[in-house]
Design a protein around this ligand. Structure first.
Ligand code: SF4
Ligand code: SF4
Ligand code: FES
Length: 248
């Protein structure tokens, strides 16, 4: 027999005068292979036309549908109701600016993070449009590819205790971005430059290493591997910094 699901959904529209954060309850008949994307659409169609949430790709690619599902940050479009209990609690991701109900603005934070990290290849080489493509060994290309798989969903940042305390913390998504450019032999930034950029409490040294980010990342990025690499590089940066200090 089909289950009747109870949805308890956080509601708040900051642009609506006198609106207060509250929980609305909706009931929905479960159908085979129902995912939260379809469930939320059905609720919006029949019960709450003003319900706000984000979806674009419906395939775990765009990262826009991340929300707290029974207390865990994850992608709604990849979540089947069959894997959840009869009562489903939905909240927006913490940390990011709330736009309304389940919709948050991750874009501003990711854009700011990309600017802070100068998230592009730094090179002194003149661009030569006639030059042959530079070769890269497979192992390095694969490492870069793995980090590039981040869909900027924000789940890792929402799950991160440090990010909740320090809003400027780079989070796993930011540290992963650092790793991506450190791996890249075309980026000429040296250990000292990286050290100055990320060796702070809002960079790699703010990370307490409990790996909640790794537990929730819906793309299974190798975050532990990336963090270890950055920490090793930072240790070299410390050595460089100490060597360059005038100890006379
Ligand atoms: S290991 Fe913990 S503190 Fe570090 S980025 Fe991941 S969730 Fe945040
Ligand atoms: S690292 Fe994983 S959890 Fe974090 S933003 Fe990228 S895909 Fe999402
Ligand atoms: S709608 Fe794109 S990841 Fe869920």
């Amino acid at each position: 027999m089909a289950r009747t699901l109870t949805f308890k959904i956080f509601r708040y529209n900051p642009t609506k005068e006198n609106d207060e954060p509250h929980i609305d309850t909706f009931e929905l008949e479960e159908t085979p292979r129902l995912n939260l994307f379809t469930a939320l659409h059905r609720i919006r169609e029949k019960q709450a036309p003003d319900l706000m949430y984000d979806f674009v790709c419906r395939a775990g690619i765009c990262g826009s549908c991340a929300m707290m599902i029974n207390g865990r940050p994850t992608l709604a479009c990849r979540t089947l109701t069959a894997d959840l209990a009869d009562t489903i609690e939905l909240y927006p991701l913490p940390f990011f600016k709330l736009l309304g109900d389940l919709s948050v603005d991750t874009g501003v934070w990711f854009h700011d993070m990309a600017k802070r990290l100068e998230s592009w290849i730094h090179t002194t080489k003149e661009f030569d449009p006639t030059a042959e493509e530079e070769r890269m060994d497979n192992a390095t290309a694969n490492k870069i590819y793995e980090s590039e798989r981040c869909i900027e969903c924000g789940c890792c940042v929402a799950a991160c205790a440090t990010a909740q305390v320090y809003p400027d913390f780079l989070g796993a998504a930011g540290l992963n971005r650092v790793g991506r450019f450190m791996f890249d032999p075309r980026d000429t930034r040296g250990e000292q430059e990286w050290f100055e950029l990320v060796s702070t409490d809002i960079g790699v040294f703010g990370c307490i290493g409990m790996m909640a980010c790794d537990d929730v990342c819906p793309k299974d990025l190798p975050l532990l591997e990336v963090f270890s690499y950055i920490r090793r590089k930072m240790n070299s940066g410390v050595k460089v910094a100490v060597t360059e200090m005038d100890l006379t």
